[in-house]
Design a protein around this ligand. Structure first.
Ligand SMILES: N[C@@H](CCC(=O)N[C@@H](CS)C(=O)NCC(=O)O)C(=O)O
Length: 287
């Protein structure tokens, strides 16, 4: 497939890092351990900050959407929140990065050329370098919310784009914008069929659109009641649950999926929470 290209670099300072650091952050007292201390802690084997490259898809062409991948959004925002510098390796399809991830999925983070894949593994690695300020109990809760975001919420993101008849024409035009006409006409519906089958197998779309979107509304109602009015989802500051929830929920806030976007926007606490995470984790515009 397409050869990958390295694009622009972010402009904030990297910490030094230790790629062989333990994967679970030690229990920390947030009153004494500041973020600044954490950034100073990791040391790389060579004494240099490691080179971080994020394997993802091409730019969206939409200033409101830095990526169409909710999992790349999760990782991008986690890195921005932690002040980590990275470059992007762009591909046309996730499978373009198969050299680094045999599963053919994105995101993949190359750490001095060594691949870490699966967004949860990547965020775990980031947490060992620049830990979020979470107690052990908060960290355990954070794992549960991250799982809910990556599985349940992601099912609805995928359904909104690939299964929902109301959105499909827009999605096809945007996602296959650079594809030759025959690809758009023949390959796009084939990919769609395969993805819808996987949504049926995941029990997201088995009972059809009405049940799917009723479950989505119910889940959003619960998230609206649970959304924190300040701080992060599981603690006073942001952590893995926030990066994961933001990655999926923000992905609905797109003109590709107007009815799902409106469903999120109708919930003021959830909307305010997402705006807060957005502000705190924004990747510089030239990234
Ligand atoms: N569990 C993976 C899921 C990643 C994922 O589903 N990525 C999508 C793009 S947003 C993908 O690569 N899809 C292609 C495929 O699954 O074949 C993670 O957390 O990174």
């Amino acid at each position: 497939m397409t050869e990958l290209t390295v694009t622009r670099e972010l402009h904030h300072e990297p910490p030094t890092s230790n790629t062989s650091a333990p994967r679970v952050a030690p229990k920390r007292d947030p009153r004494v351990a500041s973020k600044h201390d954490a950034r100073a802690t990791p040391k790389s084997r060579s004494g240099q900050a490691p080179k971080l490259e994020l394997c993802e898809l091409g730019e969206t062409g939409d200033p409101a959407a830095e990526t169409h991948s909710p999992f790349c959004l999760k990782v991008r925002r986690a890195m921005a929140a932690k002040g980590l510098v990275f470059t992007s390796r762009r591909g046309v399809a996730p499978s373009d990065h198969r050299t680094y991830n045999p599963l053919g999925q994105i995101p993949v983070l190359l750490v001095d050329g060594e691949a870490v894949y699966d967004s949860t593994e990547i965020v775990d690695a980031l947490e060992t370098w620049v830990p979020s300020e979470l107690t052990e109990a908060e960290r355990a809760e954070s794992v549960l919310w991250e799982e809910l975001a990556d599985t349940a919420l992601n099912g609805f993101v995928v359904a909104s784009r690939w299964a929902d008849e109301e959105n499909w024409a827009r999605v096809k035009t945007r996602f296959f914008a650079d594809a030759p006409a025959p690809v758009r006409a023949i390959v796009a519906p084939m990919i769609r069929r395969r993805i819808v089958q996987s949504l049926v197998a995941r029990d997201v779309w088995k009972a059809g659109p009405e049940r799917c979107w009723a479950r989505f509304e119910k889940l959003l109602d619960a998230l609206e009641r649970r959304a924190p009015e300040r701080g992060g989802w599981c603690s006073a500051s942001l952590g893995p649950a926030d990066f994961a929830l933001f990655g999926q929920l923000q992905s609905f806030r797109s003109d590709l999926t107007p009815s799902q976007r409106d469903a999120v926007e109708r919930r003021p606490r959830l909307r305010a929470y997402l705006d807060r995470v957005d502000q705190a984790t924004r990747v510089p515009s030239d990234a």
